[in-house]
Ligand binder design. Structure first.
Ligand code: ARG
Length: 596
């Protein structure tokens, strides 16, 4: 179903053309700021009047005179400097409600031209547990994929894990040297035996020790570099085996987190940095041949157009260090080529924090200059930081990154407290299930409901509050509607049958009409969210929906309503529940619960 706002915009643009001769003028339609003034408003007359040097109110009159919209809206009104206010007709709302009822996607439209979109998100670094710094890329990226798919695109998820580079030579060398693995005579044997017992926690400790040693000890440094070569050339089986174990162990850790968070990422989505290792030399060669790469201070660099440092000198995008090593940038260039040539991407979206802004700007420019991304849209989606209550990046007391697993465990533990309080009579099993849905949902929802480009303060108390724009509030709203259905059945009302007989919804009460208007706006909210990949448009919509439902439920009895109006009210309940469920589960990947 086409969103009402689009139909209105089109009609107004047509009226502007008739009134002024201006083609394709923007109708500038937004939802009304206050229901007192109607449902939508057009701000087009003001700007246009300035341009045409006429009076905006008079221009608005002319536009209205040409406007053909009376199947949708009541008589338009002009307010203030020349705003055109529009109010939907209740007959139109009622008809639209039936269309929504018949639509599995509840009014979300498909795009006219589906595209192949590669989404690069999450990208944890191996040999470390996932920490809070990975939360946003992982869940925002997942939501972007869900939206794009729902709109009918082909989405290819890519997990660009950090599994390659000097640091793994360092870790491997440290493992070789660790005395715990040295039986006097068959030392390597024992490391080989020990491989499978090395957990992610062990690896994390060894990794830290290894880095310290690398910075202090030159002989160790040399040995570590040799291990990197062994890795690159596959010349030492044990080195390779160690690296494989490190990757596997790390994967177990992040797959566990993905499963808890409901993230659709699996091994087959993994194209880590190592995947591109064979292609890196070719990238440097090709950029040299194109005349884009040159030697500068011993390193091979590209100086992409338009990038200057503070002194006004060209900024280098380094693709090979003087010791021959390739970099993060080189791998990303290889990845772009692979995604365009092999995966046939029309668009590539990268989801990382804002600190990588310059990297991606330079990367995109180099790829365009090289002619590798001629028809491909490249987008970097950024987000702000997760802060502690002290407004500084969230850290543990000892100053370390907060592990995601610990954070999520704590959320579930606290949610359990909420459940105990609300519903102490549930079984242990049910309490645990609900606590999980609420705790994990709360962490995700609290992230989504902030504008993704802003930092936000992480607060368990706030995200688990039962009032306000939180997951538990939404989950409770959903459970409450579901309980109406159950009570109805107990009373002997055949809800399915009643829903079927609604041929013309009766929307006599203000609260009914307001709720119905909100229900038919789901597709509009979706379009706003996907336009700029901002999940907070979805949470804001869902929260408003739950509030309008609450107002409706307070004003209008449902099960005790007379038989002529009860079916409409049951339909409003049904569609509200379906929309909340769809928004929470299908778009945000957050569980709803039938009983809470
Ligand atoms: N592993 C990287 C990090 O932790 C994120 C990878 C982002 N994707 C990319 N193609 N560079 O910062």
């Amino acid at each position: 179903m086409r969103p009402v706002i689009d139909t209105i915009s089109q009609s107004i643009s047509a009226a502007i053309e008739k009134a002024t001769g201006q083609k394709d003028a923007s109708a500038m339609v937004t939802p009304a700021t206050d229901a007192k003034f109607g449902d939508y408003q057009s701000n087009a007359a003001m700007g246009l009047a300035k341009q045409l040097k006429t009076n905006p109110r008079q221009l608005a009159e002319k536009i209205i005179a040409e406007l053909e919209i009376d199947d949708i809206c009541q008589e338009p009104e002009i307010a203030g400097a020349g705003f055109i206010n529009l109010r939907l007709k209740s007959d139109f709302v009622a008809e639209s409600l039936l269309k929504i009822k018949a639509d599995k996607k509840l009014g979300i439209e498909k795009v006219k031209k589906p595209r192949t979109v590669v989404v690069d998100f999450s990208g944890p670094n191996i040999a470390k547990q996932m920490h809070v710094g990975h939360l946003r890329s992982t869940i925002i990226g997942d939501c972007i994929c869900r939206m794009l798919e729902l709109a009918g695109n082909k989405v290819i998820r890519q997990n660009h894990i950090g599994d390659w580079g000097t640091q793994f030579g360092v870790l491997v060398q440290h493992l070789y040297e660790l005395s715990v693995f040295k039986k006097e005579d068959e030392n390597l044997q024992s490391l080989e035996e020990a491989i499978d017992t090395l957990s992610i926690e062990d690896l994390e400790v060894f990794y830290r020790e290894a880095t310290e040693q690398y910075n202090l000890d030159d002989t160790f440094k040399k040995q570590a570099r040799k291990r990197v070569v062994e890795l690159h050339t596959h010349s030492e089986p044990l080195t390779l085996k160690l690296w494989e174990h490190i990757v596997d162990e790390s994967r177990k850790n992040y797959q566990f987190i993905y499963d808890i968070l409901g993230i659709n990422l699996h091994k087959e989505n993994e194209r880590g940095e190592s995947f591109y290792s064979e292609k890196l030399a070719g990238i440097v060669e090709d950029l040299k041949k194109l005349g884009l790469a040159e030697k500068s201070d011993g390193a091979i660099c590209v100086f992409p157009e338009g990038f200057k440092n503070k002194e006004g000198e060209p900024l280098p995008f380094i693709i090979q260090k003087s010791d021959g090593a390739f970099l993060y940038a080189t791998t990303d260039l290889a990845a772009i080529r692979y995604r365009i040539n092999e995966l046939k991407a029309d668009k590539i979206i990268y989801v990382t924090d804002a600190r990588q802004k310059l990297h991606f700007e330079m990367l995109f420019t180099v790829a365009k200059q090289a002619g590798w991304a001629k028809d491909t849209e490249l987008v970097h989606i950024t987000f702000g930081s997760v802060l502690g209550e002290d407004s500084k990046p969230l850290k543990t007391r000892s100053g370390e990154n907060v592990k995601l697993k610990e954070l999520l465990d704590e959320a579930v533990k606290r949610a359990r407290g909420v459940v105990e309080e609300k519903n102490p009579d549930l079984s242990e099993d049910e309490k645990e299930k609900i606590a999980r849905a609420v705790g994990i949902g709360a962490v995700k929802y609290a992230d989504y409901c902030n504008n993704r480009t802003s930092d936000y303060i992480f607060s368990f108390d706030k995200m688990l509050a039962m009032d306000g724009n939180t997951a538990p509030y939404m989950q409770y709203a959903y459970a409450r509607i579901k309980s109406i259905g159950r009570k109805g059945e107990e009373k002997g009302i055949n809800i399915e049958k009643e829903l079927k007989i609604v041929k013309k919804p009766y929307l006599g009460e203000d609260a009914e009409l307001a709720l119905a208007k909100q229900l038919i706006r789901y597709g509009e909210a979706f379009n706003c969210a996907i336009a700029d990949f901002k999940p907070n448009f979805l949470t804001a919509y869902l929260f408003e929906l739950a509030q309008k439902f609450s107002a409706f439920y307070n004003a209008c009895p449902v099960l005790d309503a007379s038989e002529d109006i009860r079916p409409t009210r049951l339909l409003l309940c049904e569609l509200t529940a379906a929309t909340i469920q769809h928004g929470m589960e299908d778009l945000l990947g957050i569980e709803t619960i039938k009983r809470m």
